[in-house]
Design a protein around this ligand. Structure first.
Ligand code: GLU
Length: 289
């Protein structure tokens, strides 16, 4: 059932973090499993045919990012990226239990795709030209923006300008770490965003900076400890990473995304995961570059 939520002004929609009226209850509203396509047919030799024939797919996602990809006590990840992965698998005739989930931290997404360790990556993965040199992207299926997380008590940091010359934690191989270096912050790099929380608590870092929706998940997971400040200052369009040059597979995933936008599966996936904390926004148009 759809929940009531705080109405948010359209003017804020382009940039601000949009909290719904039910923070703190993430995870109590399990996503319905997608209907799995029965014996779908694909042209021989395509990645789709191979995966459908194998009856399984290996998907890289984050394991420590609440709302998008977080491994629960049963070892199975939950979140919006996970639901997007399940929708793609279902169109290949692959049930959720036949998905092999692999943790991809920010720095190993491209190598894992290039080495064939994963078939796709759905992991808060920004599409950009540098990455397009080595992998391809379907999507975008979501637009995030870089923002700033500080201790709840911090009154000094209000925007990215306040990060210049300051120790700020982010993750190796991520776009936010590169952006922070560009603006002149002293970047403390680690492997995952959850590993930035201790440096923030101890004062070794004055802020953590990455995508607004990742930070929103960390705020929600640690009530009363942290807050997000300022407005998002970059554009982070999330794509689904796949082997470079596999145009048929990229077209297929783009078709699946468009269908899911149309028939409501995308919105349902959002509402059951990130939508427990963040307001729904219409997805961006896919870019069939
Ligand atoms: N979206 C950004 C990126 O792909 C930051 C989030 C992340 O590291 O997963 O680099």
């Amino acid at each position: 059932m759809r929940r009531s939520r705080i109405a948010l002004v359209a003017a804020a929609a382009a940039s601000a973090l949009l909290f719904s009226g039910c923070a703190g209850d993430a995870g109590d509203d399990a996503a319905e499993e997608p209907t799995v396509e029965e014996a779908p047919e694909f042209e021989e030799g395509t990645t789709m045919a191979e995966l459908a024939e194998a009856g399984s797919i290996t998907i890289g996602t984050k394991f420590d990012q609440p709302l998008f990809g977080l491994v629960g006590p049963d070892g199975v990840p939950v979140g919006f990226d996970v639901e997007i992965g399940k929708i793609i698998a279902s169109e290949l005739g692959i049930a959720p239990e036949d998905i092999e989930w692999v943790e991809t931290v920010s720095a190993n997404r491209e190598p894992f795709i290039e080495n064939g360790e994963v078939d796709i990556v759905v992991a808060t993965y920004t599409i950009n030209d540098d990455r397009k040199q080595v992998v391809d992207f379907a999507g975008p299926y979501f637009e995030a923006g870089q923002s700033i997380l500080v201790l709840e008590s911090n009154e000094d940091i209000q925007s990215e300008e306040d990060l210049v010359g300051q120790p700020v934690c982010s993750v190796s191989g991520s776009t936010p770490a590169a952006n922070l270096r560009d603006i002149g912050a002293e970047v403390i790099e680690t492997d995952t965003y959850s590993n930035c929380l201790e440096p923030l608590r101890s004062g070794q870092a004055v802020a953590v900076s990455t995508d607004n929706v990742i930070l929103a998940g960390l705020v929600d997971q640690n009530p009363g400890e942290f807050k997000v400040v300022g407005e998002p200052f970059t554009e982070e369009p999330y794509g689904i990473g796949l082997m470079k040059g596999d145009d048929e597979f990229r077209d297929f995933i783009n078709d699946v995304l468009e269908e899911a936008y149309e028939d409501g599966r995308y919105e349902e996936a959002w509402e059951a995961t990130a939508g427990t904390v963040l307001e729904f926004r219409d997805p961006p148009a896919v870019d069939r570059y």
